[in-house]
Design a binder for this molecule. Structure first.
Ligand SMILES: [Zn+2]
Length: 341
């Protein structure tokens, strides 16, 4: 709804302003970590509390032009079940979760992750249908068997964004290899280079690595860097469930792990603090570039919010200073990534 409204405002009220800005446009995009609409969150949605997980976050999400997240749960009707009765690592949200995302300002999700086959093909197909019906784009899975997974492309203010999504692995065995984009270095490099020719900004989403560790291990690091080297402007990592550092490679920025967003894991300190990356992209003439990246601390959980304690901010600052190879500077209660050329 925000897009329709804003374009009408431009057309009706600010036509002259829009004309004057034709050779320069800006988009603000928010990248979020893991969003799990299963378990307790799924039960709240099933009871009709559709906006439950984003009640504290959605105002800020609605205020930017484009929002991405990793959707860690399938969205499928399992007769009221949102977690397997005997295995808490199998979970799903209800199909109505797609409306939760759409009405909370989310525009696109990655569906390539280790939970992408928790409820099999029924879950995979219903997830895609529900997202399509709610107007939420997706990258990383396909209902039809494919060899190359189609990217999602979204334009805002004349800037074209392309999203690709990969997962390092899938928990449940099955005949899903043509339906879930598991990372393959040659294929991913091809995907990025091809997409690069058709959009202004390429975002590559990567779900993998070891959980709860401070830094990515060598295989994950190699894959994240390969996506950057292939030409992704931003490589966004998730799955470790904890925030990790930032690396610059040429003009590409790698966000190792954004940690949790909607994900309730009170058993560890860092699983309750995530990052939301606010990326400002500017286009002048034929040249488009990332102007600014701000990392907003997130109080992750069932209903994530934007306020973390002063002590947690200090801890996050120390974590960045000790782990990131690229400069991340604290600026009051946010962190600023150095993207200067
Ligand atoms: Zn995961």
């Amino acid at each position: 709804m925000k897009r329709v409204l804003s374009s009408w405002i431009v057309v009706i009220g600010l036509g002259a302003v829009a004309d004057a800005r034709q050779d320069s446009s800006t988009v603000r995009m928010m990248l979020l970590g893991d969003v799990n609409l299963g378990r307790k969150v799924g039960q709240a949605i099933l009871k009709g509390d559709t906006l439950y997980p984003f009640v504290n976050a959605r105002e800020r999400l609605e205020a930017v032009d484009l929002v991405f997240a990793n959707l860690e749960s399938q969205l499928t009707d399992q007769g009221g079940e949102t977690q397997h009765p005997r295995d808490n690592l199998i979970f799903c949200g209800p199909p109505a979760g797609a409306w939760t995302l759409g009405r909370s300002g989310l525009d696109i999700v990655s569906t390539a992750n280790n939970h992408a086959f928790d409820y099999g093909f029924k879950g995979l197909h219903e997830t895609i249908t529900a997202l399509n019906d709610a107007g939420v784009a997706l990258a990383g899975t396909s209902g039809a068997a494919v060899r190359a997974f189609p990217p999602a492309t979204i334009a805002r203010n004349g800037i074209r964004f392309g999203f690709l999504a990969y997962t390092e692995f899938v928990n449940i065995k099955g005949n899903w290899s043509d339906h879930i984009a598991v990372y393959d270095s040659a294929r991913a490099a091809d995907d990025v280079q091809h997409l690069r020719q058709n959009v202004d900004i390429v975002i590559a989403s990567y779900h993998g690595g070891a959980e709860y560790v401070t830094r990515p291990r060598s295989r994950t690091l190699r894959n994240l860097r390969a996506l950057a080297s292939a030409g992704a402007d931003i490589v966004v990592g998730h799955h470790p469930h904890v925030p990790q550092g930032v690396e610059r490679r040429g003009t590409s920025v790698i966000l190792y792990s954004l940690g949790n967003f909607v994900f309730y894991q009170p058993q560890h300190y860092w699983t309750q603090i995530g990052l939301a990356a606010e990326v400002t992209v500017v286009k002048r003439g034929d040249s488009t570039r990332v102007l600014e990246i701000l990392l907003h601390p997130v109080a992750a959980g069932l209903q994530p919010g934007w306020r973390i304690s002063a002590g947690a901010l200090d801890s996050l600052d120390r974590r960045f200073q000790s782990t990131t190879s690229h400069s991340v500077r604290r600026d009051a209660d946010i962190f600023r990534v150095d993207v200067a050329n």
